[in-house]
Design a protein around this ligand. Structure first.
Ligand code: PMP
Length: 317
């Protein structure tokens, strides 16, 4: 792929030049926020000249479930979504790490305020990540507890990756940044910790990894689910999915956020209080190393979490 210039998008059922992927100003998703999206990553293994998609079926399944919450009945199966993505990555000739943004949007152009008779369409765009991550910070993050509350399941479900609900994430993150923090932990409406602005949260207390349950108004994170498995099966660490009090964040020995963008990002300070000794925790480092080995295809035990783009392309093509 040519430096950082992305040339193509998936739009209207085909790979098209990026400048042709345009939506009308009357579009319902633009007017009311009625689109859902996925945020996926592909990792480039230079030695093997192979591009690995991390758990694409899980992402596409969640995308279709998010769409279903908005009555958007997209006419694609997860396998067809994967095929479309591979065609796009192939056309682009991606040879570096890459962020992938599949978007399902209501293509209707009426101003009627309802979700009936929606006309869902799919767009997929790419963003090369030549310099590594886009959330992480050396030495760990300093977070606050946001004054905003998480969108709740009976208003706009956080479990769906719904574009409109990201106003909530943007408020949380921007206000934290303006106050001098890197990000924020956000509480749900019952006052327990939900997650960070665009990532799930884990605390470590006395060797036990603790994370809010999927009923705490969080996105059902795919990295979160992967880490629960790794902690239990590969690192032999107890994991508790349970309501987490705000003050547990002040007393944690280690803390990190996790997600496709964040990968595993250590949190070393909460509102000017050091987390543990204020350094990146040992378990956080071990888990992060393990995770990176897996996503780059260096751990043969977890190859079923990856889809190799170029081998699959040859097998299909
Ligand atoms: N919570 C929110 C609000 C997010 O936007 C994300 C990023 N997708 C996550 C959690 C982490 O989810 P995942 O591990 O599936 O990327």
């Amino acid at each position: 792929m040519s430096e950082n210039n992305v040339r193509y998008a998936w739009f209207d059922g085909a790979v098209v030049p990026l400048e042709q992927a345009k939506i009308s100003v009357h579009n319902q998703a633009l007017q009311y926020g009625t689109s859902v999206f996925a945020g996926m990553r592909a990792y480039w293994n230079a030695e093997r000249e192979q591009l690995y998609l991390f758990r694409p079926f899980d992402h596409f399944e969640r995308l279709l479930q998010s769409a279903a919450l908005l009555r958007l009945d997209l006419n694609y199966t997860p396998a067809q979504l994967l095929q479309s993505l591979i065609e796009l990555l192939q056309a682009e000739g991606v040879d570096c790490n890459c962020y992938i943004r599949p978007l399902v949007y209501a293509a209707n152009e009426s101003l009627g305020v309802h979700l009936l008779d929606s006309r869902p369409e799919l767009a997929i765009t790419l963003m090369p990540l030549r310099d590594g991550g886009f959330v992480s910070k050396a030495g760990g993050m300093h977070v606050c507890i946001s004054a905003w509350r998480r969108v709740e399941d009976n208003a706009i479900p956080a479990r769906g990756k719904i574009a409109g609900s990201y106003v909530n994430s943007l408020m949380i993150r921007s206000d934290a940044m303006l106050a001098g923090y890197d990000d924020a932990i956000v509480l749900n409406n019952d006052g327990h910790i939900a997650e960070c602005s665009v990532a799930n949260l884990f605390l470590v207390r006395k060797g036990v990894a603790i994370t809010p349950p999927v009923t705490a108004d969080v996105l059902e994170g795919i990295v979160r689910r992967s880490l629960i498995h790794l902690l239990q099966e590969a690192l032999n660490v107890e994991v508790q999915e349970r309501p987490v009090d705000r003050t547990e964040a002040y007393l944690a020995d280690e803390m990190f956020m996790c997600g496709t963008g964040a990968e595993i990002t250590p949190i070393t300070r909460v509102e000017h209080r050091p987390v543990g000794d204020g350094e990146i925790g040992a378990l956080t480092s071990r888990l992060s190393q393990r995770f990176l080995d897996i996503v780059y295809g260096r751990d043969s035990r977890y190859m079923d979490w990856l889809e190799p783009v170029f081998a699959l392309q040859r097998a299909v093509g």
